[in-house]
Design a binder for this molecule. Structure first.
Ligand code: HEM
Length: 494
């Protein structure tokens, strides 16, 4: 049957020359999104790469992205089954890393119709407001010493508390938290999980690497898998116990674990499997926490670096909110300049530099080029936001570029022109976008309304560095440190 594999006239997209066995793997450095963008610069909008045994394509071009995520959505809606996804996402049994198919559809429907509905999200509005108050009070307390504040910790805690309250009915950081030991364990395993998920693990591309596993990555994955699983099992048991004892939750609000325990299972089963519940809970924690915290840290860094932007944000807040009350969620749609700031942050620092990589289900064609089945797709959102064919002054942080001509509300979560794509598009697009936008705008609005910000003593604003480090989500290389000075009357912080 080798005859059927004879090359035909089908051409792969252009790309850099490849080595035997490793293909282009050695051409990727510690910032692969930048390497892939430079390939697109050189070879065109659609580039073919061979990563060991894996076919891959990459693009930073709006029309090509539209073709992949919308026009050929049914071809490209799958995910590669990486070793990290197998070990760390319950054998790809979650939503975010699951291959396309009936199981993914069923789990995704649960997300959309049970967990992330407008009504369910509204039922947590009070908890979100409480967490926003905590955020302000924590920063106020820290600001009293006039020392630089570690904003990564503050913003990470804010996102984590919001998410765990909604998912697990618990607050893990700050006063009234679930207890320092449990919180530390939780934070620690979550960080390890993110790190392993973001790794470009060579064992996924070179079979021999798996046998050797020189850095013990796969072993590490199995260890983390076990610890995460114990953690989730405890949470589920706690919820079952409470249900058996007929205990009422805060004002009867069901958290996500309660909801999942009450739902019928797949194929007429009475309940969902524990593994399915754990996979979903873990997905939500991973997808919701880091993305919003990383985005907030980037936005704060860029705004503190550009004092004129900070002044404009504060002017808007003073007009819309004024000095005598705190920002509320209903203000967020009226803060058009702040919305531009978030959009500009997503242009320069998208939380997912390659979205979550997609995979093709069958062979197809793009722009007249042949794309084999099981091709891995790296949509380069970082390269898209810095593509000089569609943006000017790509390295300048300029929120004004997003203002609408007619002054109408600036949209953050969807961009029909595909020039910014923070939440993706098509079947796999982020189902948590409205909530993510709320987390980001709330934290920023509160922190800029309540405080003036400056770099640590001895550092000039323009010296704040904006170097990233690569990962599934892409944070600043160094945690952001800044000095906060309260700007409202002191009784406002009590
Ligand atoms: C600023 C915040 C957020 C950003 C920037 C963000 C971004 C993304 C991106 C880029 C993807 C991948 C899309 C693709 O592969 O095409 C994604 C997927 C996903 N996000 Fe978000 N997200 C955010 C917040 C959230 C929140 C708050 C939740 C839930 C509570 C959430 C749940 C998910 C899930 C479940 C998926 C997987 C979808 C699938 O594979 O079918 N995200 N998100």
């Amino acid at each position: 049957s080798w005859l059927t594999h004879q090359p035909t006239a089908r051409r792969l997209p252009p790309g850099p020359p490849r080595w035997p066995i490793v293909g282009n793997l050695l051409q990727l450095g510690p910032l692969p999104h930048r390497d892939l963008a430079s390939f697109c610069e050189r070879y065109g909008p659609l580039v073919y790469l061979r990563l060991g045994k894996v076919d891959a394509i990459t693009t930073n071009d709006p029309d090509t992205i539209r073709e992949i995520l919308l026009k050929q959505d049914d071809v490209f809606a799958s995910r590669p089954q990486t070793l990290a996804a197998i070990h760390l996402a319950y054998n790809c049994g979650d939503v975010a890393l699951a291959p396309f198919g009936p199981r993914w559809k069923w789990m995704r429907r649960i997300c959309m119709e049970q967990l992330l509905t407008t009504k369910r999200l509204e039922s947590f509005a009070k908890q979100r407001a409480t967490e926003a108050n905590h955020l302000v009070r924590d920063v106020w307390a820290l600001s009293q010493a006039n020392d630089p504040i570690n904003l990564r910790e503050v913003l990470g805690g804010f996102s984590m508390n919001n998410v765990t309250r909604m998912l697990l009915g618990k607050q893990y950081f700050g006063s009234g938290s679930a207890g320092p030991k449990e919180a530390m364990e939780f934070m620690h395993i979550t960080h390890e999980l993110f790190w392993l998920l973001g790794l470009i693990y060579l064992g996924d591309y070179l079979p021999f690497w798996r046998w050797v596993d020189p850095y013990g990555c796969e072993k590490k994955m199995r260890e983390v898998e076990k610890r995460v699983d114990d953690f989730h099992m405890n949470i589920i048991e706690e919820h079952r116990e409470r249900k058996r004892n007929g205990e009422e939750k805060d004002e009867g609000i069901m958290d996500f674990v309660d909801v999942l325990l009450s739902l019928p299972g797949e194929d007429g089963n009475e309940h969902m499997d524990d593994a399915q519940i754990k996979a979903l809970v873990q997905d939500m924690i991973a997808a919701a926490t880091d993305t919003s915290a990383v985005t907030n840290e980037w936005a704060m860094a860029e705004v503190i670096k550009h004092p004129h932007v900070l002044r404009k944000i504060q002017q808007e807040l003073d007009n819309v909110v004024g000095p005598n009350r705190m920002v509320s969620e209903s203000d967020l749609s009226n803060l058009n300049y702040l919305r531009c700031v978030v959009r500009e942050t997503f242009r320069m620092h998208p939380a997912g530099p390659f979205l979550i990589p997609h995979e093709s289900l069958r062979a197809t064609e793009i722009n007249g080029y042949y794309i084999p089945a099981k091709t891995r797709v790296f949509i380069n959102t970082h390269g898209l936001g810095r593509n000089t064919r569609i943006w000017d002054d790509i390295d300048v942080f300029r929120p004004e570029r997003h203002l609408t001509v007619d002054g109408s509300r600036v949209e953050i979560s969807h961009g029909d022109d595909f020039k910014i794509l923070p939440f993706s598009a098509g079947k796999r697009k982020c189902p948590g976008a409205p909530l993510g936008v709320t987390f980001v705008l709330t934290a920023l609005a509160r922190l800029f309304h309540c405080f003036d910000w400056s770099p640590p003593v001895g550092l000039k604003c323009e010296d704040i560095d904006t170097q990233e480090i690569y990962g599934m989500t892409m944070p600043r290389a160094k945690p952001l440190m800044a000095v906060a000075k309260p700007r409202l009357a002191s009784h406002m912080y009590q």
